[in-house]
Write a protein that binds this ligand. Structure first.
Ligand SMILES: Cc1cc2nc3c(=O)[nH]c(=O)nc-3n(C[C@H](O)[C@H](O)[C@H](O)COP(=O)(O)OP(=O)(O)OC[C@H]3O[C@@H](n4cnc5c(N)ncnc54)[C@H](O)[C@@H]3O)c2cc1C
Length: 426
């Protein structure tokens, strides 16, 4: 490295960029971590559940220093319609034992902490810097441009998020397509911590994560809710193409979700302190670009479209951290910048990121079944109402009553067809 050239410039101080910068700096590499926000994480929106294993891969015990919120021990699935909600509640204290499986997180705090950890290891962290171009010489990327300024590095790491300008400038992939992403809206609502514990039936420090299906007016997507310390993160992710064809605005649909009696009872009395919207990669394994590197350049995290959404589990932050780690390991192991791409691929395999993506590779097809987002949640609620209603009238025989409810919501042909489609995609 010459005096004015960094070993690596990492663009974007989200989980991917900070994991990369942390690992490189810890190994004594000179690294510059840039972010356009006034502080790392200032512009980031996330529903906020982080799977802890990713931080453990970066460094065992690192999670204990992180500003994590509540360890998640309650997993809830809520099927909603206008009238009611059927909730499956899985309580597992084991998820909170030893190294707890996952925590709710507030992104602004998490990102600022992680960038600070990278700085403490020796990385140079510069917030408030918008990177708007790459420097290319003889087919190799050798640095970045920010306004009139140029900065040089052996390797540039694009950790600039889902709509990666740098990945596009490097010619690795085109502009992000609406069919490949979801658009998420999220609100943070402050409430007394003890009240949150009481409403969700958890002890202090423990928390609940809830996914909601049937709250999107039939648009492919779903709601989420996470309990933090002293606040609740509430949001919905929509398919933007379908949302664009709706007459109602997504903010209005989100308001209905908030005001649904089954949700409102949980957030009642709270104060809204943050509202934001952001894109999220939705195509899973099939959305990952074929090429993730060029000579002197690698793409990590959301920029590489890493993401898993099974409808029950949303994963992006853990994959961002693992890919940032993979890029750092590749840069450390490379004899020359041209080797980084191949080594990065190997690390993504070794750290099982690719295997995780492949395991859910066909899930996206399930979300093409439109009935999942309206008819089936309605069916579940109708069935529950039938099973639990006692009004003194003569009840229908149980089996006939249930079959009538199925018929009212969806034909048997469609039910069988959807069952077959789900079977083929999981
Ligand atoms: C509503 C919603 C809910 C979500 N819920 C979850 C969840 O519960 N669990 C989970 O694991 N994942 C969740 N995700 C996904 C998760 O947020 C992402 O996968 C994760 O943030 C990706 O991290 P990253 O570091 O790759 O990118 P980002 O976190 O997007 O960070 C990119 C950084 O790059 C910076 N940047 C961008 N362009 C430039 C530029 N030109 N110059 C300088 N800086 C730049 C940005 O300011 C930003 O700080 C959710 C996403 C959304 C939208």
């Amino acid at each position: 490295m010459s005096d004015d050239t960094f070993d690596a410039i990492v663009v974007g101080a989200g989980p991917a960029g900070s994991a990369c910068a942390y690992t490189l700096a810890k190994e004594g590499r000179s690294v510059l971590l840039l972010d356009r926000g006034n502080s790392a994480g200032a512009k980031n929106v996330s529903g906020g559940r982080l799977y802890t294993y990713a931080l453990e891969l970066v460094e065992p015990g690192l999670y204990e220093r992180a500003p994590l919120q509540r360890k998640i021990v309650r997993e809830q699935i809520m099927l909603m319609n206008d009238r009611g909600a059927t909730t499956v509640d899985y309580f597992d204290p084991g998820f909170g034992e030893a190294v707890p499986q996952s925590y709710s997180v507030i992104r602004a705090a998490l990102d600022e902490w992680f960038a600070g950890e990278a700085e403490a290891q020796g990385a140079m962290v510069a917030p408030g810097v918008v990177v708007d171009g790459l420097i290319e010489e003889n087919g190799r990327i050798v640095g970045i441009r920010t306004g009139e300024d140029e900065m040089r590095a052996d390797v540039v790491v694009a950790a600039d998020g889902v709509n990666s300008l740098l990945g596009q400038k490097a010619g690795l992939f085109p502009d992000v397509k609406a069919s490949a992403v979801g658009v998420g809206v999220k609100e943070t609502i402050e409430l007394p911590d003890e009240l949150i514990s009481a409403r969700f039936g958890v002890k202090e420090g423990e928390g609940a994560a809830r996914v909601a299906i049937g709250c999107t007016e039939g648009i492919s997507g779903g709601g989420f809710l996470y309990t933090n310390k002293g606040s609740i993160s509430l949001g919905i992710v929509f398919n933007p193409e379908q949302a664009g064809r709706q007459t109602r605005h997504i903010q209005d649909i989100f308001q209905d979700y908030k005001m649904h009696p089954a949700i409102h009872a949980l957030i009642e009395g709270g104060t809204s302190v943050e509202y934001g919207a952001h894109l999220v990669p939705e195509k899973g394994y099939h959305g990952i670009p074929k090429q993730l590197s060029r000579d002197g350049f690698v793409v990590v995290g959301d920029a590489a479209q890493f993401g898993i959404n099974t409808g029950l589990i949303i994963r992006g932050m853990d994959l961002a951290i693992v890919s940032g780690l993979a890029a750092a390991k590749a840069i450390i192991a490379a004899k020359q910048p041209a080797d980084v791409g191949t080594l990065y691929r190997q690390q993504l395999e070794e750290l099982l990121l690719i295997a995780n993506q492949q395991a859910y590779q066909n899930f996206h097809g399930i979300f093409e079944i439109s009935r999942i987002f309206r008819e089936y949640p309605a069916l579940a609620n109708d069935a529950m109402q039938f099973l639990f209603r006692v009004d003194g009238k003569k009840p229908k025989p149980m089996l006939k009553g249930l079959l009538d409810i199925v018929k009212r919501n969806v034909s048997f042909g469609k039910l069988l067809g959807d069952g077959w489609k789900i079977y083929r995609h999981i």
